[in-house]
Design a protein around this ligand. Sequence first.
Ligand SMILES: [Zn+2]
Length: 454
Amino acid sequence: MNRIRRSGRTPMAAARPALAAIFLAATACLGGAAAGQAAPESTPAQIRTLYASVRVPGLDQRRFTHDHYWSVVSPWLGGSVSSQVVGESAEGRDIRLLTFGSGPVNVLLWSQMHGDESTATMALADIVRFFHDRPDEPLAERIATGATIYMIPMLNPDGAERFRRRNAQGIDVNRDARVLQTPEGQLLKRIDDELHPDFGFNLHDQNAAVRVGRTDRGVAIALLAPAFDSARSVDAKRRRAEQVASVLITAMDPMVGGHIAKYDDAFNPRAFGDLIGKWGASTVLIESGGWADDPQKQYLREANFVGILSALDAIATGSYAQADPALYDSLAYNGRRVPDLLITGGTMAIPGLPTLQADLLVSYADPLTKEGGTLADIGDLGDVQAQDTLDVSGLYLIPMPEALDGHGGINTGAPARFIVAEDPEGQRVRFRFEGGPPKRGPAPDPLAPPLPQP
Ligand SMILES: [Zn+2]
C-alpha cells in the first residue's frame, strides 16, 4: 500500500477557502482579546495535567528500535487514529503514516529523520495515545474538527536501529531533500506532494552542550521558522510559521522558560525543513536539546507533548493568527557549545615520563549519559568553562593503556581513561575514570574513600 487514503476527507481544493475563512475569522477578532472572542483553548497547565494519563509506557530510554517502538505504540492505533504503512526504509523497515481528525487544515509532523534524535518520536507516541484514548476531550475535539493531523514518527528507522544520525546508506536524510536519493527522503517528498500540508513540524534533537545566545543557560528547545530563500524573506506563509513558533514558546515557557533559543536561520537548499517550507507549508523546526538531570530526555518529551498539542490546538482553531511573531523573532540564537567536562588540579603520571600538572578537557560521545569521553585538550585550561568540573587536586591521573599512543605517550583525541590515585604509581586508587565519571553515586567525590577495585 503506497498511496495515502484520503477518503471521507475534505479535498485540499475545498480546504483552502476554509483555511482562508479561519484567517478572516481570526483577523476579525484581533484587538478583541479582552472580549474573549476565540474558542476556548487548553492552557499549557491543563495539557500537562493530561500528560500523566496518556504517557506511553516502555519508552523510558531514548534509544529504542523500530520494532520496540511500534510494539509499544500499537495498542493506541485504530479507532480515532488510523495507521498505514506508506513506505519502507532502505533496509525494508515499515514507515507509517498516522492520521487523526478530519478538519480542513492539513498538518504534517515527522520525527527522527536523524536516527539518534528520538525525543519527539516519544512525544508523538504520547500524542497518539491521547488522540486514541481521549477523542472526546475538548482539546482533541477541537483539533479533529479544525485540522487533519498526519504524523510520521521515526522516518529513519535504520538509523534508529543503530542510534545514529544517518540512514543505512550513510546519507543524512535531511541533506537529501534536493536530490532525493534515499527511500526515506523520497517518501517524505511524496507524502508532502500528496497532502500539501498547510503546516509542517520538523522534529529533531540538537547537541545538549549548546547555550542560549551569550548566556550560560543550556538550550532545552530550539525553534526555527525556516527561510525558504537565501535572502531569508518573510512572506505570509513564513510569518504563520513564526506565529506557530510563538505559540510553542508560550506553551513551553512554564517548563523550559529561559532555555529556548532560535536555530540558525540560514537557508539550506538541501534540507527538508527549508524545502517543505518552500514547497508550501508553514514549517516549524523543533530541536530538543538538553535539560539538567534528564539524560533520557523524558522531561523534554513532556515539553514536546505540551508544546505540540498547544500548537495543533492553535492551528485547528486559527487562534495562532493572534500570536505575536515578535516573541519568536526576539529569541536569542543558539550560542556556543560548552565543553562537557573540565578535570582540574590533577597531576598527570604517564608511566615512564615526567609527571606534570595538567588540566584535562573531556568531550563525551554522549553528553547526556556522560559516556565515551575523549581528551579534547590537555594543559593549562584555567580560563576554560565546561558543563561540569571535576576537581582532583592533590591526586594523580594515570592513563590506562588504551589512552596511550603507540609509543607510550598521550595526545588529544585519546580515550579519556585514567586511574585516579593518591600516588603516581596508582597503588592507592580513588576511582577509575573510564570515558566518564564512575556511575556509582551521583558524582565522583575525590575525597571519598577508595572504591573497591573490580
Ligand atoms: Zn536532526
